[in-house]
Design a protein around this ligand. Structure first.
Ligand code: PLP
Length: 392
């Protein structure tokens, strides 16, 4: 018999994917330039030239080798290289033994959640949050507990987290820079969370992990992003090159189990076990090799900074309310009515595709991706203006 939950997930794609699919269809009807698709986080800037060069070089190597299986956790030299990168950037004494290469951050998160939870456990997310977290947590038969961030500064609400944590809490998921709000948690905020978790761990006598989801780590507009593992012992880092190197379709990332964790070898073994159980072994072999050569390539943040400027200045002029993003490439805009879905539907009438906030765990807002061509943002201003007029 078909599994009802999987059927429901397959039949009802995420709000982001639904709008993205609609956008593709609508573009075919009225032309690309007439649809302002701010739905999905697909980077608009090309991957660095070094990626193309490396792919060309690899194409000339022995196909039996380059297309062959790697060890399940990934190529030894790639895992060691990731560890060196973490050491060079954040000073942590990282070892390749604690790095497990994955098919993007999604696989990294799925594996991490499975490795440290049992059915019935709770995993806390700071709302608003990336909607797929709920799917991942519930697939592990755990409860997704939403704790709202503080408004309007969008930091973790330490007091609310204190109330939410209980003996069933297995982990708290952090995402900074954040999708969908673009906030970056301050060092003080991360320190306060670490102190709270240390206290709760001591009280309950079991670890409460931070799972730090960091696909936007490099995309910031001036604020430092504290490296969570330097503040809290029981940290598992999930990373992806989808955004930093514009490689979302190549599915390449990793899990890093902090070397500060006393039973790190067992935890890394559990990560490998979860990878095996869920079918996430041997991350894409070609792109493991690309990463080996390109890991130090810089991220083109300037393109997103410029887009952020065009969008925020345009919306300010029209009188929209939004959260000034410190990182990632999303703008969180207040809907002009309480019902975000209705507002998104109204925007659709002007071929402006913006994602309603409900599945992100905060009603009344929309998320706008600005990882698009600047022309799309400039062109969208007409639609934003008409949309505003609809409510006046
Ligand atoms: N986590 C966050 C916060 C994201 O925004 C995304 C993708 O947009 C992912 C994880 C998934 O990343 P990947 O495509 O590497 O699986």
């Amino acid at each position: 018999m078909i599994n009802e939950r999987m059927l429901a997930l397959g039949k009802e794609p995420s709000a982001i994917r639904k709008l993205y699919a609609y956008g593709l269809q609508r573009k075919a009807e009225v032309g690309d330039e007439n649809v302002y698709d701010l739905s999905i986080g697909n980077p608009s800037i090309p991957a660095p030239e070094a990626v193309r060069t490396r792919i060309h070089e690899l194409a000339d190597e022995d196909p039996v080798v380059i297309h062959g299986y790697t060890m399940s956790p990934g190529l030894r030299e790639v895992r060691d290289r990731v560890a060196r990168n973490l050491h060079e950037r954040f000073g942590i004494d990282a070892s390749g033994d604690q790095v497990y290469m994955t098919a993007g951050a999604t696989a990294a998160l799925d594996i991490s959640i499975s490795a440290i939870t049992h059915p019935g456990d709770e995993v806390i997310v700071n709302a608003p949050y990336f909607p797929e977290y709920r799917v991942m947590i519930e697939t592990a038969e755990c409860t997704c507990v939403e704790v709202m961030m503080t408004v309007p500064d969008f930091q973790m609400d330490i007091e609310a987290l204190r109330q939410a944590i209980n003996p069933k809490t297995a982990a708290i998921l952090l995402n900074s820079p954040n999708n969908p709000v673009g906030c970056v948690y301050s060092e003080e905020n991360v320190r306060a969370l670490a102190a709270l978790l240390e206290q709760k761990e001591a009280e309950y006598g079991h670890p409460i992990y931070i799972i730090s989801d960091e696909p936007y780590r490099e995309i910031t507009y001036g604020k430092d992003v504290p490296f969570t593992a330097n503040y809290y012992r029981d940290t598992i880092v999930c990373y992806s090159w989808a955004k930093s190197l514009s490689l979302p379709g190549e599915r390449i990332g990793y899990v890093y189990v902090s070397d500060n964790i006393p039973n790190k070898a067992d935890l890394s073994a559990a990560i490998a076990g979860a990878g095996r159980a869920l079918g996430f072994i041997c991350a894409p072999a070609l792109f493991q090799r690309v990463i080996l050569a390109c890991i130090d390539e810089p991220t083109n943040v300037e393109a997103y900074r410029e887009n952020r400027k065009i969008l925020t200045e345009g919306l300010s002029e029209l009188g929209y309310q939004y959260v000034e993003p410190d990182g990632a490439f999303y703008l969180w805009v207040k809907a002009l009515e309480d019902d975000a879905q209705a507002f998104s539907d109204q925007a659709k009438k002007h071929d402006l595709l913006i994602v309603p906030s409900d599945s992100f765990g905060m009603p009344g807002w929309v998320r706008c991706s600005y990882c698009v061509a600047p022309e799309t943002i400039k062109g969208s201003m007409k639609a934003w203006k008409e949309l505003k007029a609809d409510y006046e």
